[in-house]
Design a protein around this ligand. Structure first.
Ligand SMILES: *Cc1c(COP(=O)(O)O)cnc(C)c1O
Length: 366
């Protein structure tokens, strides 16, 4: 099966094999060695000097941890949403009582540094900005480096959902000045779902000291105390540590420039292939199109479900749209492990699926 969803992502066989390692004492020396290696390798891939904490949860658990550890009920924050994941992050803050001011960007577009600056100037009391780096639901990558500059100039805390970008797309956490960054093991990290990775700047740790939102399982101060002993407060997902240990070594072998180039090439390949089939990309401005997931407009009069079903019958799993886009777009994931043959197979099968549902690409482009 060719799994082309933007998480979970395919895992190479040697990493799958690592999952079958024995269960070990998570308070013992073997776990400590793995923890230290995984943590040091993650720091390199995050391009940060700060600790990377590992929480047993999917990516959303890491985002909840980011929110409840840095914010307080009633605190005014800006949530910039360009799609379903931006909405999720802002709603988490609302759920725990933050006073969320929304900057809603039309889905399919990126947020611009100018628009974020304008939102901050219109809301001078907000302390923090919540934003998605790569909006998986729309296939759009926000220019976080530039947005970070305007947030830093205005001295606000920057909390970034980098779940589907970190480890795949350029995201130098310290250089850009991201205060809280979150990712998840099942995206570009070539590991199964089960671990969220979170890193906080010294400034974010100051916010943690003041935060009064309730937290228990996701208490990051506790996670930091245990991390100092190469442990986690609770029983960790040991098999996912095994997988990450193997995948991070492979990722670092090639180095960050190779990782970024591979994702750029995959994005280019899929976008070119999709357009050659007579389809249109969902992102309005292709220069913001994501190199980890491509969102494609479903041609008028055709159904996303039918196209996905036809592809799945040929063993290629495409993702549908999310929330209000569920009937109007579908998506191809291209992050983490993605041999070129599998990307080409996905395009070929998509072409056949379109034929089966009766979409005539040549006529559409003529
Ligand atoms: C996958 C993803 C998440 C987290 O989803 P989980 O299912 O909780 O792992 C969050 N944000 C973005 C942008 C994502 O792509």
């Amino acid at each position: 099966m060719n799994l082309r969803t933007p998480g979970p992502t395919p895992i190479p066989q040697d990493i799958l094999n690592a999952l079958s390692g024995p269960m070990i004492d998570h308070r013992g020396p073997f776990f400590r060695d793995i923890y230290d290696r995984v943590s040091a390798n993650l720091k390199q891939l995050f391009e940060t000097q700060n600790d990377v904490l590992m929480l047993t949860s999917s990516g959303s658990g890491g985002l909840e941890a980011a929110v409840v550890n840095t914010l307080s009920p009633g605190e005014p924050v800006l949530a910039v949403e360009i799609g379903a994941f931006g909405v999720r992050l802002g709603r988490m803050a609302e759920t725990f009582g933050a006073d969320v001011r929304w900057q809603r960007v039309e889905w399919g577009q990126a947020a611009t540094p100018e628009s974020v600056a304008a939102s901050l100037d219109a809301n001078p009391d907000v302390t923090s900005v919540l934003i998605t780096h790569n909006e998986t639901s729309t296939g759009v990558t926000n220019p976080i480096g530039e947005i970070a500059q305007v947030v830093k100039q205005r001295d606000r805390l920057l909390i970034v959902d980098a779940v589907s970008s970190l480890g795949s797309l350029p995201c130098p956490v310290d250089e850009w000045g991201i205060d809280v960054v979150v990712t998840g093991s099942q995206k570009g990290w070539m590991a199964p779902p089960g671990l969220a990775m979170v890193s906080l700047s010294p400034r974010a740790w100051e916010a943690v000291e003041k935060s009064t939102m309730p937290k228990f399982y996701f208490d990051l101060k506790q996670a930091r105390d245990y991390a100092a002993r190469s442990q986690t407060p609770w029983t960790p997902a040991i098999p996912i540590f095994y997988a990450l240990d193997a995948s991070l070594t492979q990722l670092l072998d090639g180095g960050l420039p190779a990782i970024h180039a591979r994702h750029q090439a995959a994005g280019d390949r899929i976008r070119a292939g999709v357009k050659a089939l007579g389809l249109s990309l969902f992102p309005e401005d292709e220069s913001y199109a994501s190199n980890t997931v491509t969102a494609i407009k479903c041609p008028d009069g055709f159904s996303v479900a039918d196209i996905r079903k036809a592809a799945a019958d040929m063993d290629v799993v495409l993702a549908g749209g999310q929330a209000r886009l569920s009937d109007s777009i579908f998506r191809i994931g291209h992050l983490g492990y993605m041999p070129e043959e599998e990307l080409d197979e996905a395009l070929e099968v998509l072409g056949k699926a379109l034929e089966q549902v009766g979409f005539a690409p040549a006529a559409a482009t003529a």
